[in-house]
Design a binder for this molecule. Structure first.
Ligand SMILES: [Zn+2]
Length: 458
């Protein structure tokens, strides 16, 4: 006798797609197979031919709690995750304070245990100001590190303590320390000299309309940073995870290094595959993200990189802020924070691309779930439809389109979710199951805060 059987589903496993059923017992997957081969169950769900995928593992999420709880906390952030079919999120420290020490990390772990409804793993902050903390925090159960190559943005110094390697000396020392732990280092790749110089120049000339955000962070800033990161990672034998890569030339540089044997992974985000810099003209600060949105030529070339298998993961870079904070971007775009919500649309955006034959559904599952789980040491517990794996499952409707409506979103930052508003998408999340329990069903949250667990690296 098992707890639950979901039958008549289109199951997307690592080995192929088949019409059938999945059985769950004690929060784990107990069997996969034909509908008539399932053991008797306490409860049976009829999937009506919907697609059944491993729950999403979002490798790039910012929650903000405690210092930025007005932007997002672990309850609202994991509601948003569940609504977007993510059963695991990997939290990146831009929080006040960022988790550069074990105390700060454990404080946030407690918040997960009280607030979350899906499972949460943490990256630790690694930075030049807190070199002594880099190794000790690895023992506390982080799944990797996060660092930035630029100084803290103006006015947000507290959110970036111990999180930046602002010059080559700090980068060298920081990478040496982090490499000793064997954990991957997630790095934000933009060259500080180019970016801060251009911002100062544009401000002095009064060029502060939204498009100057894109002009101030040209493709070459990302390429230069990727070159430097690859070199430093090779020097220190560090495993490098390049977050939100937006420029095809940067992808190809990293892919070439990998071909030569370097341990490097490449993440991009739906917005670098779907939105052009023209969104800045339309939505101003609400379309401001770092790196900035690019041109349609670059987007096309990014899709070629996806098709060639050069991209490893798709993260949402869920970046919650308030309307008030975003409105600071009028009239000076440089005064607004960068980032917008992405948790609730990551899966449907990519499944719509599947519907448009831009990639296969199996490839989408690798990018959205299996690969992030493997890279951050959570596999095969997470990101796999296998006997013995956690029963983390998402059921999606690939037949009926739905319209993105920011008012229906569950994240605290829905007010700034403008860039996809009104888009017609496929892949509506029907049901999200975490460790055998339905946490989200047809727009409603079904789990209490605290159901979510903190995940350590296996
Ligand atoms: Zn981010």
């Amino acid at each position: 006798m098992v707890d639950l059987v979901i039958k008549n589903a289109n199951i997307v496993s690592e080995y192929g797609i088949f019409q059938g059923a999945i059985a769950i017992k004690d929060g784990k997957i107990a069997a996969l197979g034909r509908d008539d081969s399932m053991p008797p169950a306490t409860e049976t769900i009829e999937a009506n031919g919907h697609y059944l995928l491993p729950g999403g593992v979002d490798p790039h999420v910012h929650i903000r709690y405690p210092g930025g709880a007005h932007r997002e906390d672990f309850t609202t952030g994991t509601w948003a995750a569940a609504a977007g079919g993510a059963t695991t999120i990997i939290e990146h420290p831009i929080s006040s304070p960022p988790q550069y020490s074990t105390d700060i990390l454990l404080n946030r772990v407690n918040a997960v245990k009280e607030q979350a409804i899906v499972d949460v793993a943490f990256l630790g902050a690694a930075g030049g100001e807190k070199l002594d903390h880099i190794r000790p925090i690895a023992e506390s159960g982080i799944v990797g590190y996060k660092t930035f190559l630029h100084a803290a943005p103006e006015g947000r110094e507290k959110e970036f303590i111990g999180l930046t390697m602002k010059d080559n000396y700090e980068l060298f020392k920081g990478f040496q320390e982090a490499a000793k732990t064997g954990l991957p280092i997630a790095a934000h790749a933009e060259d500080n000299d180019v970016v801060s110089g251009l911002i100062a120049e544009f401000r002095a000339e009064g060029k502060t309309t939204p498009i100057y955000h894109a002009r101030s962070r040209p493709a070459v800033a990302e390429v230069l940073a990727v070159e430097r990161l690859l070199r430093m990672a090779r020097e220190t034998d560090a495993e490098l995870y390049l977050v939100h890569i937006s420029v095809p030339e940067a992808v190809r540089l990293a892919a070439e290094a990998r071909r030569k044997g370097q341990r490097v992974f490449i993440e991009t985000c739906p917005h670098y595959l779907l939105l052009t810099e023209a969104e800045l003209e339309k939505h101003g600060p609400y379309a401001k993200c770092n790196p900035p949105l690019r041109t349609s030529e670059e987007i096309e070339a990014m899709w070629e990189c996806v098709a060639e298998g050069l991209i490893d993961t798709i993260g949402s870079d869920h970046g919650p802020f308030t309307i008030e904070e975003k409105e600071k971007g009028y009239p000076d775009i440089f005064a607004a924070p960068a980032g917008f919500p992405g948790l609730e649309v990551r899966l449907p955006l990519m499944l719509t691309a599947v519907k448009e034959n831009k990639l296969s559904i199996q490839r989408a599952v690798e990018l959205l779930s299996t690969n992030p789980s493997k890279i951050f040491g959570l596999y095969p517990r997470k990101g796999a439809l296998r006997v013995g794996s956690d029963a983390d499952i998402v059921l999606v409707d690939m037949e009926t389109p739905f319209t993105v409506d920011q008012n229906m979103m569950l994240g605290k930052s829905k007010g700034i979710a403008k860039v996809y508003e009104g888009w017609e998408l496929y892949g509506r999340v029907v049901k999200t199951i975490v460790r055998g329990k339905t946490v989200y069903c047809d727009g409603r949250i079904m789990a209490d805060p605290g159901y979510g667990e903190w995940l350590r690296r296996d």
